[in-house]
Design a protein around this ligand. Structure first.
Ligand code: HEM
Length: 457
């Protein structure tokens, strides 16, 4: 018999009225789970929140019963930047866009981007000086933005397109600002950062629309049906995408929204995964030694390519384990459209279901010695025995990350390219602290000294 009230903390009167993010949200959610179990209820800012911490329940919400949920109101603000792109749209719009875009993210299609990923990682490491300390958070962000610029728009944001880079940087940096409550109002006030952000957004819009127009014109002037000429980048694929049954294609605005979405969803998440990987590897000399051994043995002094990925299982384990401990998307949320039976309880309609890869990935029921960075735990047997959704850095169901293959490829190739040449060590005394904004960043960046590996130099 279902009862209505799962266990949970008694909220303070202030929290009942307003939304106050916990000072340390990761500790807050971890403690809730450890104290109250797989389903925790609490109220905040007038919302009923259900923190769901069991893999089976999470699977039900994201996959089996996904139709009973929407991503919800929190998206409205990000819609100002992302429009009706995949990340922010709902229902029929989302379904149509997802169907149109899925083929562009197919493993075979994105394999063509492998050389770009390696090329840019190689250029980054060539610019490093032996013995110098860099903010690796910044370096990885620069790298993944450059890779996004090239694979999405076919522009080299590092060397050719200073205006594209400046606008992209400003928009990406300001995205989090635009998520602030009252950002609409603030934007109209003379708050310089927000004003700049608005101007940068307008500029990036103009650039993207310009590229779209240029490509449509190229397509019109070429013989054959009026289709965009695929240049091989994602923008061309979006322009050429056509629904198999209805024949519908995307409008300029839809293409713009999707391009902006991919840019935003794709580069910061991947940069954070890379940054945490370098940090974790620097804490475990034995892991670093094996990483170097595998890369040296498999690549024999040449840069990696897509076809090497299968031969680099240790690199993949290292990245898998890094995303266990520091999943870039640390929180996933859904809003219930109707009363929803959750185990022995009922989540009332409009409840917000909160699920945290960060918390579940550190649950000792699924990961022995969960705080330990141990890539070796990822044996095929362990993977096979792990309950689905005990590890879910890319979410699941119809809204699973569309860029997951893209991200895996980028992570493995970038790590292999850099590990070939360099050993990274945390600057002594540098504080390592998580900063869970929309993605899981490092609060103070990640200052690391790079040392050229002599064996392969
Ligand atoms: C390590 C890197 C990445 C992580 C951890 C990550 C994680 C996620 C997660 C958890 C979701 C689902 C969110 C939810 O269910 O509410 C998501 C959605 C999405 N991701 Fe990623 N992502 C990564 C890289 C990328 C890349 C490289 C791209 C594009 C090239 C991308 C594009 C998207 C898009 C468009 C969505 C929305 C999908 C939909 O709702 O249909 N992501 N991502």
């Amino acid at each position: 018999m279902a009862t209505l009230a799962p266990p949970g903390p008694r909220p303070s009167p202030l929290n009942l009225l307003i939304y106050r993010p916990a000072r340390d949200p990761l500790a807050f959610f971890t403690n809730l789970a450890r104290q109250y179990g797989d389903i925790v209820a609490y109220k905040m800012g007038g919302e009923q929140i259900m923190f769901v911490n069991g893999p089976q329940h999470i699977r039900d919400i994201l996959v089996t019963h996904n139709r009973l949920f929407i991503k919800g109101r929190g998206l409205q603000r990000s819609k100002r930047l992302l429009g009706e792109g995949l990340l922010t749209s709902e229902g029929a719009t989302h379904l149509r866009q997802r169907r149109l875009m899925q083929p562009a993210f197919h493993r075979d299609r994105i394999a063509a981007y492998g050389d770009t990923m390696v090329g840019y990682a190689d250029r980054l490491q060539q610019g490093w000086r032996d013995g110098t300390t860099y903010d690796i958070a910044h370096e990885m962000m620069r790298l993944t933005l450059a890779i996004a610029g090239k694979t999405l728009f076919d522009v080299d944001v590092e060397s050719q397109a200073a205006d594209v880079r400046a606008a992209m940087n400003a928009v990406m940096e300001s995205f989090w600002l635009s998520m602030l409550p009252f950002a609409d109002v603030l934007e109209r006030l003379p708050v310089p950062q927000l004003r700049r952000a608005k101007a940068a957004r307008a500029k990036l819009d103009a650039i993207i629309y310009g590229m779209i127009a240029e490509r449509r014109a190229e397509a019109d002037s070429s013989p054959g049906p009026p289709r965009a000429q695929p240049r091989g980048d994602l923008l061309s694929m979006l322009l050429a995408a056509q629904d198999e049954t209805s024949g519908a294609m995307m409008s300029d605005q839809q293409v713009r929204d999707e391009a902006m979405t991919i840019l935003l969803a794709g580069h910061e998440t991947t940069a954070n995964a890379l940054m945490w990987t370098w940090y974790l590897v620097s804490t475990a000399p034995d892991v670093e030694a094996r990483l170097h051994e595998e890369v040296d043995r498999v690549l024999q002094g040449r840069p990696p390519g897509v076809s090497d990925i299968g031969a680099l299982p240790y690199v993949e384990r290292v990245v898998t384990e890094a995303m266990r401990l520091y999943p870039p998307a640390w929180l996933i949320g859904r809003r219930a459209l109707q009363d929803y039976a959750l185990g022995d309880y009922v989540a009332p309609a409009r409840s917000i279901m909160v699920m945290s890869p960060y918390v579940l990935h550190r649950d000792a029921r699924y990961f022995a010695n969960p705080e330990r960075f141990d890539p070796d735990r990822w044996t095929p047997e362990f993977k096979a025995a792990l309950p689905p959704f005990a590890y879910f850095p890319f979410g699941g169901g119809p809204r699973r990350c569309i860029g997951d293959s893209f991200a895996w490829m980028e992570l493995v190739l970038v790590v292999a390219t850099i590990a070939r040449r360099w050993s990274l060590a945390l600057e002594p005394g540098h504080p390592v602290e998580t900063q869970p904004v929309v993605t899981l960043r490092a609060k103070h960046g990640m200052r690391m000294k790079v040392t050229r590996r002599t064996a392969t130099a």
